[in-house]
Each structure stands twice: as structure tokens, then as C-alpha cells.
Design a binder for this molecule. Structure first.
Ligand code: GLA
Length: 383
């Protein structure tokens, strides 16, 4: 991909780029909506992602072009007037604004060309990939000494502050810190993490419902607020720094302190999902893929019934997978309200599974569900 992104750069900006870089998307195996509740997540970086070719300029202009949005043309602005403009370019712009808060300020501008193979709005973190990638490219162009982990935090800060989505750290962390063939068990509170190899006999299949999660940002922020209310309420009964600091039995004992039934269900999801992520990591470590699969199913049911972030299409895909041959487990993945399911499938069954489930989907909804048998890739890197 790097060759073609540099070719695109030359065509658009009339000179060769100075450097090329890549940042992957992510899929989360389990531990959903826990990362802003002080809990665990268990994502993998994908082989799919976004590439960037870039070159520093002598003046203070910034120019952005994406081969994925060719009709938007080149977005141009000055470092002296860094304002978001309601397009895809808001993500790199937000990151450049965010550098200030990390003690760095680019003094000169740059030209950027992007090219990605992540489906847009599918919940595979194209935004986080774009953020981490911009951070990496800017650091490399200007010699800023940022670690991969700092680039993840920078990306999250940019998204919270300048895009207005109050997301947790999972997506940016997975994109920055991914490792080939491994999932990352991350404690979102301390940012301590460990890699867990995904056994050879398991294939990861992502099925894209094609439902764009466009409502997601406002509903996401609502969920986050509901969790905050639940936490404040439960703190009248037991001192808990975060919802995920509570074990399920503690939660059961004190849950009635949460006044609103909706907030109580949101909190229940967070607490139990955090416990499931822990058990899932143990199951993976001991090669018990059947238990891992069962935890994935419970996770989906909880996201559907208690957290209410699924939709008819995702429920259909998950349920169809649960009864398909050779499937360990399946669930919706990411923020929800559309996007994808993640399926853990016996390797030899993966192709047949894809055929069956996409046919069922077509028969039921009359539209195509794209399927990707994904490689778990490494984190963001210069090419
Ligand atoms: C989005 C956010 C993440 C995380 C997930 C849900 O992807 O960006 O921080 O909260 O939703 O698990």
C-alpha cells in the first residue's frame, strides 16, 4: 500500500513524499464499553488500516488529501488557524491541535496524502487509525520524541477534545501498540497491558452489517453519562473509583443504590463485561476456545439487552453465527449501533461459515454483508 500512497502523494502535490507510515484499524474480541469505566479490553490490531505519505513544508500551510474521499479534494489551512471543518480531515487537524497539550508545537506545515482499506463507519476504528497515524507522521517529520503509547493518548485526547466523542483509550491503543497474531489485554485505568497470542487453529472473521454507526457519537456520549450517574449513585453505598472496580458480587449487593433502572442496567453490563474480559483472557491463555466463545455470546447478549447498543442486523448476524458449524463464538464489536460482528471460527470452517452467513443475511435483509477473514497485524509504524 505504501507505494501507491506515495504515488498518490506525487500526483496530488507534485513532489515525492519525505516519508510513509501505516496505522491499523482494530477489532475488539471482548471487553466492550469498559474502557471509560476503568475496565479491561481485549482488542487486536488488524492487517487493514490507513497509510500516509507526507512531506514537511517551509511555510505554515497544511494540506490534506485522502484517496478515500477524492471528491473532497485537498483541504488546506494554516497552522495559525487550526479549525475543524466537518470533514474527514478533522481527525488529522484535531491531532495537530492536540500536540500543543503534549508540549510540542509544529513550527512548519506539511502535505499529507492518505489511503486506507478500512471500511468507513464500520466500527473498525478508521478514526483512531487516522489519529495515531497523524501523530506518528508529525513526530517523525519534526523529530518529536513520542512513544507509541503517548501517540495513543494523544489521539484519544484529540478525539475527546476536538472531535467531541468522549471515547476511551482502546482504539488508539490497539492501533499504536498492536502486535502480529496477538490480542492485547489492556487495563484502561493503569494502561498496563499484556499480549496474548491467538491460537493458530482459530480464524478471526469480521462480518460487516453495512449499517453505518452514524448515530453512534451522541448515543455513545449518552451511555457514558449514564455510567457516570450510576457510579455517582453507587458511591453513596460503597466507595468505588470506577464501575469496573466492582466485582459482580459487590455490584449485586449495592446495585439498588443506582436509582434509574436504565443506569443500573448500563452499570451491570460494565461490571460483568469487565469480569468476562478477564475470564476470556484466561481461557485464551489455556487454549480453551469453547469457553472464550461462550463469553463472547454472553457479551453480545449483555450489549443487546442491558447496554442497548446493538441493532437488528447485528443481532441476526451474531445469532446466525452461534448456530453455525465450526464457530466458537460471535458478538457485535466496537461501539455498536451498526458496524460489525467478530467471529471466532475453527480455521477449516471459516470459508464455509462466510458463505453460509452472508447468504442468510442477504435472504433476510436483501443487502450484502461484507466478510473479512482478518490477519492480526502489528501497530502503527513508519514504512
Ligand atoms: C468505541 C470507543 C472505544 C470503546 C468502544 C466500546 O470504539 O472509541 O473507546 O469505548 O467504542 O467498547
Amino acid at each position: 500500500m505504501s507505494k501507491s500512497v506515495s504515488g498518490i502523494f506525487e500526483t496530488v502535490f507534485g513532489a515525492a513524499p519525505e516519508l510513509c507510515a501505516f496505522a491499523p484499524g482494530r477489532v475488539n474480541l471482548i471487553g466492550e464499553h469498559t474502557d471509560y469505566n476503568g475496565g479491561r479490553v481485549f482488542p487486536c490490531a488488524l492487517g487493514m488500516g490507513i497509510s500516509c505519505a507526507a512531506r514537511a513544508r517551509d511555510d505554515r500551510s497544511l494540506r490534506f488529501y485522502s484517496a478515500n474521499f477524492p471528491n473532497k479534494g485537498v483541504t488546506a489551512l494554516s497552522l495559525d488557524r487550526l479549525e475543524t471543518c466537518g470533514s474527514w480531515a478533522d481527525y488529522p487537524i484535531a491531532v495537530i491541535k492536540a500536540f500543543k497539550g503534549f508540549g510540542y508545537e509544529p513550527e512548519r506545515g506539511a502535505d499529507f496524502a492518505f489511503l486506507g482499506d478500512l471500511p468507513d463507519g464500520a466500527g473498525l476504528s478508521s478514526s483512531a487509525a487516522l489519529e495515531v497515524l497523524t501523530g506518528l507522521v508529525i513526530s517523525a517529520l519534526y523529530g518529536f520524541k513520542m512513544t507509541a503509547q503517548e501517540l495513543a493518548v494523544l489521539g484519544q485526547f484529540a478525539e475527546n477534545r476536538f472531535i467531541g466523542v468522549n471515547c476511551g483509550i482502546m482504539d488508539q491503543f490497539a492501533s499504536a501498540m498492536g502486535r502480529e497474531n496477538s490480542a492485547i489485554l489492556l487495563d484502561s485505568l493503569t494502561l498496563s497491558y499484556k499480549y496474548a497470542p491467538v491460537p493458530e487453529e482459530a480464524a478471526l472473521v469480521i462480518i460487516n452489517s453495512g449499517v453505518k454507526h452514524s448515530l453512534a457519537s451522541s448515543a455513545y456520549n449518552d451511555r457514558r453519562r449514564e455510567c457516570e450517574t450510576a457510579l455517582a449513585d453507587i458511591n453513596t453505598a460503597i466507595k468505588a473509583p470506577s464501575l469496573c472496580s466492582l466485582a459482580p458480587d459487590q455490584f449485586e449487593r449495592y446495585k439498588d443504590a443506582i436509582k434509574s433502572p436504565v443506569c443500573q442496567r448500563r452499570a451491570k453490563h460494565a461490571v460483568y463485561e469487565n469480569a468476562r474480559a478477564y475470564l476470556a483472557a484466561q481461557a485464551l491463555e489455556s487454549g480453551d476456545l469453547n469457553s472464550f466463545g461462550e463469553l463472547m455470546m454472553s457479551s453480545h447478549i449483555s450489549l443487546r439487552d442491558d447496554y442497548e447498543v446493538s441493532c437488528a442486523e447485528l443481532d441476526f448476524l451474531a445469532e446466525a453465527a452461534w448456530s453455525a458449524e465450526g464457530v466458537y463464538g460471535a458478538r457485535m464489536t466496537g461501539g455498536g449501533f451498526g458496524g460489525c460482528t467478530v467471529n471466532l471460527v475453527k480455521k477449516d470452517y471459516a470459508n464455509a461459515f462466510i458463505k453460509t452467513i452472508t447468504k442468510k443475511y442477504r435472504d433476510r435483509f436483501g443487502t450484502e454483508a461484507a466478510a473479512y477473514r482478518v490477519k492480526i497485524g502489528g501497530g502503527a509504524r513508519l514504512l
